[in-house]
Design a protein around this ligand. Sequence first.
Ligand SMILES: *[C@@H]1O[C@H](CO)[C@@H](O)[C@H](O)[C@H]1NC(C)=O
Ligand SMILES: *[C@@H]1O[C@H](CO)[C@@H](O)[C@H](O)[C@H]1NC(C)=O
Ligand SMILES: *[C@@H]1O[C@H](CO)[C@@H](O)[C@H](O)[C@H]1NC(C)=O
Length: 223
Amino acid sequence: MLVPHPRNSRVFIAPLFFCIFHTLFTGSVLCAEVSLSSIEIFKTHEWLKVTPTVYFLCKGENKTVFPDVKKSHAFYDFNGQESWQPLTNFSSKKCKRCGFYEEDSIKSDDVFDEWEFCPSDFTISNGEYIRFRENEFNATFLCPECLSICGVANLSGEHGKKAMHVAVVVLLSGLVLAILAVGVIVANKFWQKKRREQDQVRFLKLFEDGDDVEDELGLGTVI
Ligand SMILES: *[C@@H]1O[C@H](CO)[C@@H](O)[C@H](O)[C@H]1NC(C)=O
Ligand SMILES: *[C@@H]1O[C@H](CO)[C@@H](O)[C@H](O)[C@H]1NC(C)=O
Ligand SMILES: *[C@@H]1O[C@H](CO)[C@@H](O)[C@H](O)[C@H]1NC(C)=O
């Protein structure tokens, strides 16, 4: 049967709604991955070695060495699927202390920049964050999931409006789905009732041998 049983439909819809509301209003994403979309370094700090070893590090995590970043004033573009991606993860709104560094063979590693890296930095619509430091580097990070960590909590400003917009679209889609589901259930009930009536009529027809069939069907009054 193509039409789902009413009881099954209800069981299916309830968790769907729970999921939508949960995602919308708690705004909690367990794991938002941050990847490096592009980087350009404007200088190297090490003058003994020809090629620098540049890496990204968040406090308490492991180094991510960029094997390709070897020249200054060269633009490196990444698709996010490189073996060393993602750079890090955000599991809450909490910031991390992260930075770009260059390995140094003699003294401690050189610092391009070190800063408080926060999920709320990713404010551009597609979850982008550009960090630029003059004469040091220009890097673009991507974290689309970071928008859902921070977006719903802050419903003011342009970013908030966007989050609101998404919420409205999701809610409306949910409503349309619900109406469709109710429609299917009602149609199914109606169809079952109609079928039962037809069965009854057919049943009666078997016994009343043609005599009063027209009366039973109510056709007599029409003709
Ligand atoms: C860091 O690297 C070590 C050794 O490669 C590994 O055992 C550990 O799980 C890594 N830690 C994280 C947070 O990835
Ligand atoms: C980020 O989370 C993913 C999935 O849980 C995991 O595979 C990856 O190693 C994590 N990366 C870092 C840098 O912690
Ligand atoms: C940094 O890189 C981004 C992405 O390529 C670019 O849009 C932006 O203009 C750059 N900024 C500077 C100051 O070079």
